[in-house]
Design a protein around this ligand. Structure first.
Ligand SMILES: Nc1ncnc2c1ncn2[C@@H]1O[C@H](COP(=O)(O)OP(=O)(O)OP(=O)(O)O)[C@@H](O)[C@H]1O
Ligand SMILES: [Mg+2]
Length: 314
């Protein structure tokens, strides 16, 4: 059963660059209990979508319904059922993580005891025990962000919007947060998150949508997106290999000091020989979501760099 239904959503902004369509006819559904990842380059329209769906911004046209309630005409019914981690939000300097969670839960109607218990539980799960009673202004950036995410996950709201929830977190912290996000989904919350960490999307999401210039380019699972690349293996050469040598074997990505080729298994022996003859390290693995994403949004692929033989930014 879809709990979020966006239909023909359009949002235009008028500014110094003229009028831009931040969302250009977006239709999207998210099913109950799903962990849904919204991916896209900077400026693709992800935050705009979240702001409209969470009643913070009005659409130009089209509609979004959450649990059957219209975000424009029934915002209070929607707000009762959602919680949001805004992109690059900041905690209150003089409140501690524990106070953030406890007071937020009280504002949303929990009793004092229940709010304290839940705060202790979430602080522990998010690895915040040692920082729980420090004012936020004394916490590092990653701990401040964890405080905001803890505050929202503690609500157990039926729908959670997490706009880049793990921004600035170290790899250990991110995994702790993933665990708590998964628990929230298992206990029945539906979650829409955005992230630029594609390993995060791959680990967490049941389903994802890729948005570019306000339009949905892809909607489905991460495995299905990877298989659309049509290549089975990712081969990495440490050291630059002339593009013309590798191009016949697949899709070529250049980074400064390495070449990455998405290819098929049949070419692996030839490529191994090529690496040996040039004395280059070669490593192999499955195609990652990051490469599938780069291919989908048409960036970073060698053909974008016509005329430049080596390297280049992608
Ligand atoms: N208040 C605003 N006024 C004018 N233009 C805006 C406003 N907010 C966003 N935009 C523009 O709308 C487009 C979509 O922005 P949005 O913030 O939704 O992107 P995003 O996908 O969240 O990007 P990021 O990954 O950088 O967070 C961009 O071109 C942006 O410049
Ligand atoms: Mg954003």
């Amino acid at each position: 059963m879809p709990v979020l239904e966006a239909e023909n959503l359009v949002k235009t902004y008028t500014g110094a660059r003229g009028t831009i369509r931040a969302l250009d006819d977006v239709s999207l559904t998210v099913e109950k209990g799903q962990l849904f990842a919204f991916l896209g380059r900077n400026g693709a329209g992800k935050t705009t979508f979240i702001r409209i769906a969470s009643t913070l911004l009005l659409p130009t046209s089209g509609s979004v319904r959450l649990f059957g309630y219209d975000v424009v005409t029934q915002p209070t019914d929607v707000r009762d059922r959602i919680a949001l981690v805004p992109q690059e939000g900041r905690p209150f300097d003089h409140l501690t993580p524990r106070e953030h969670i406890r007071e937020y839960l009280r504002m949303r109607g929990s009793g004092a005891e229940r709010a304290s218990d839940r705060a202790a539980q979430v602080l522990h799960a998010m690895g915040l025990d040692d920082s729980a009673d420090e004012p936020a202004l004394r916490l590092s950036g990653g701990l401040q962000q964890r405080t905001l995410v803890a505050m929202i996950l503690a609500t157990d709201a039926p729908f959670l919007f997490l706009d880049e929830p793990t921004l600035g977190m170290d790899p250990v912290a991110r995994r702790q947060v993933w665990k708590v996000i998964r628990q929230a989904a298992r206990s029945g919350s539906t979650i829409l998150l955005t992230t630029h960490y594609l390993d995060e999307a791959e680990h967490l999401a049941d389903e994802l949508a890729v948005i570019e210039d306000g339009k949905i380019l892809y909607r489905g699972g991460s495995e299905a997106l990877k298989s659309r690349v049509g290549r089975e293996v990712r081969v990495q050469f440490d050291g630059a290999v002339p593009a013309e040598l590798l191009r016949p074997y697949g899709d070529l990505f250049h980074e400064e000091d390495r070449s990455i080729l998405l290819t098929t298994r049949a070419h692996v022996p030839t490529l191994t020989e090529l690496a040996l003859s040039r004395n280059l390290n070669l490593s192999m693995g499955p195609v990652t979501l990051e490469e599938a994403f780069l291919k989908l949004v048409g960036r970073g692929i060698e053909e974008d760099e016509e005329g430049s033989d080596e390297g280049g930014a992608w």
